[in-house]
Design a binder for this molecule. Structure first.
Ligand SMILES: [Cu+2]
Length: 410
C-alpha cells in the first residue's frame, strides 16, 4: 500500500467510528435509564457534577490529541539524524506536575462534597428494606412504632407489606432504602434517581431516593451476580401522596378467598398444593382453616421467593423483566401524564390487560424463560436447593386456574 492510501483508509475508519458514535448516541433519545435525564434530587446532584467534569476531561482530551497529532506529523522519521539528547526543561516538568494536580483537586473537591451529601441518609420520610437475591429484588416496608408505613398511616389496620420487582414510593419524600443480599453481591441502580449501591450479604447499605414526579423509573442490577444477572431488573414507581395512601390501603386489605366453584377457587387449591411451600400469600388458609405459611428456606438457596399477596397490583414479574400488562396497557401506564399516572398504575392488572402469554409461559416452564440452576445436576453445590423457580410440570388446566387465582390477588 502506498502512504497516501494507508492515510485514506485510516481516515475512512475514523469517519466510520465517528458516525457510529453519533448514531448510537442518538439511539439513547428516549432511553428509560438515562443518567443525563435526572428525575430526582440525588440524580440531579450527580448530573450537575458530571457536566463540568466531562467538559474539563473533554478539553484535556482534545489538547492531548492535538499535541499527539502535531508530534506524529512534525517528528515523523524521515531519515533525519537523531537529535542531541538533553535533560529537558525543568519549568515544563513543574508545569506538568502542577497543572494536573490543580485539575484533579478542582474535580475532587466537588466530587467528595456530593459523595458526602448522597450518603446522608438521616431524617428519612420513608424507609424501605430492600433485599437482592438471585435474581429479583424484594421490598419490605417496615412498620413504625405508631403503625405508620413509609410515613403514611394506613386507613385500616396496619400490617406487613412485602413486594417484589417494583418498589412503590411517595413523591416529594426522602426515601431511604436499607439494602442487603441473601446470596451474592448485587447492586441497586435506578439511573434517573440515583447512582449505584452495592447490596452485600451480611451488610446493611443505605441509599437515598427522591422522586420529583409520579412515574416509573427503570433500573437493573449492576453487579454481575450469576446466570440470570441480565434478567434482574427493578423499577421504582413514584405515586403522589393521595395515590400512595391508596396503594398502602390496598396492599393491606385483608385476604379474600375466591368465590366457591369458580376457576380461581380451583387455582387457590392448586396454589396451596404446588406453590405455597415457596410463595407467601398473606391470610391464605387451607381447607382446615389453618394459615398457610411458606417455607422457602427449605426450597430455595437464597431462602426466599416473591410474596404474591398482591401480585396483580404490580405490572411486571420475575425480576421486573417481563410485563404483566399487554403492550398497549403498559404504554397507557408508562406514557401517562404525571396527573393520570397514579390512577392508571393503581388499576393493576385485569383479564383484558393481562400479558397472558408470558405469565403462562412462566408457569409452564420458568427456567426456560430465565436460566436459573434448577436442574438436578446443578444442585450439588447448593445441597439440593434451587436458585430460582423450578419446572413444575403443570397441565394447561392447572395453569388456567392458577392464572385466574393470581389475577384476583389485588
Ligand atoms: Cu443481581
Amino acid at each position: 500500500m502506498t502512504e497516501s492510501s494507508t492515510l485514506r483508509s485510516r481516515l475512512r475508519t475514523a469517519a466510520l467510528a465517528l458516525t457510529a458514535a453519533v448514531v448510537l448516541a442518538s439511539c439513547a433519545q428516549d432511553a428509560p435509564q438515562d443518567t443525563w435525564d435526572p428525575a430526582g434530587s440525588e440524580a440531579q446532584k450527580i448530573h450537575d457534577l458530571q457536566w463540568p467534569i466531562f467538559l474539563i476531561a473533554g478539553i484535556v482530551g482534545l489538547i492531548v490529541f492535538a499535541v499527539v497529532a502535531v508530534c506524529v506529523v512534525k517528528f515523523k522519521d524521515r531519515g533525519q539524524p537523531i537529535p542531541e539528547q538533553t535533560h529537558g526543561k525543568a519549568w515544563l516538568e513543574y508545569l506538568f506536575i502542577a497543572l494536573p494536580a490543580v485539575l484533579l483537586a478542582g474535580i475532587a473537591v466537588p466530587s467528595v462534597a456530593v459523595i458526602i451529601e448522597l450518603n446522608d441518609t438521616d431524617n428519612a420520610d420513608c424507609v424501605v428494606n430492600v433485599t437482592g437475591q438471585q435474581w429479583w429484588w424484594e421490598y419490605d416496608y417496615p412498620i413504625a412504632g405508631d403503625g405508620s408505613i413509609c410515613g403514611y398511616m394506613p386507613s385500616g389496620e396496619s400490617g406487613s407489606i412485602v413486594t417484589s420487582g417494583q418498589m412503590v414510593i411517595p413523591t416529594d419524600a426522602k426515601v431511604v432504602i436499607r439494602g442487603t443480599s441473601r446470596d451474592v453481591i448485587h447492586s441497586f441502580w435506578v439511573p434517573r434517581l440515583n447512582g449505584k449501591r452495592d447490596m452485600v450479604p451480611g451488610r446493611l447499605h443505605t441509599w437515598n431516593f427522591h422522586a420529583d414526579r409520579p412515574g416509573i423509573y427503570a433500573g437493573q442490577c449492576a453487579e454481575f451476580c450469576g446466570l440470570s444477572h441480565a434478567n434482574m431488573r427493578m423499577e421504582i414507581v413514584a405515586l403522589d401522596p393521595v395515590d400512595f395512601q391508596a396503594w398502602i390501603d390496598n396492599q393491606l386489605e385483608p385476604y379474600q378467598s375466591p368465590e366457591d366453584g369458580t376457576l380461581a377457587a380451583d387455582g387457590e387449591a392448586e396454589f396451596i398444593a404446588q406453590c405455597a411451600r415457596c410463595h407467601q400469600v398473606d391470610g391464605l388458609t387451607d381447607a382446615d382453616g389453618e394459615l398457610v405459611v411458606a417455607h422457602p428456606e427449605d426450597q430455595v438457596y437464597s431462602g426466599a421467593a416473591p410474596n404474591l399477596t398482591n401480585f396483580a397490583t404490580r405490572n411486571t414479574f420475575a425480576g421486573a423483566t417481563w410485563d404483566l400488562l399487554t403492550e398497549e396497557c403498559r404504554d397507557d401506564v408508562w406514557e401517562a401524564d404525571p396527573e393520570n399516572f397514579g390512577e392508571r398504575y393503581l388499576a393493576g392488572v385485569d383479564r383484558d390487560c393481562l400479558n397472558a402469554i408470558d405469565l403462562r409461559a412462566w408457569l409452564r416452564d420458568a427456567p426456560a424463560m430465565k436460566p436459573m440452576y434448577t436442574e438436578p445436576e446443578q444442585l450439588e453445590a447448593t445441597d439440593g436447593l434451587v436458585r430460582g423457580m423450578p419446572y413444575l410440570a403443570l397441565s394447561e388446566d392447572q395453569i388456567d386456574s392458577l392464572v385466574a387465582y393470581l389475577l384476583e390477588r389485588k
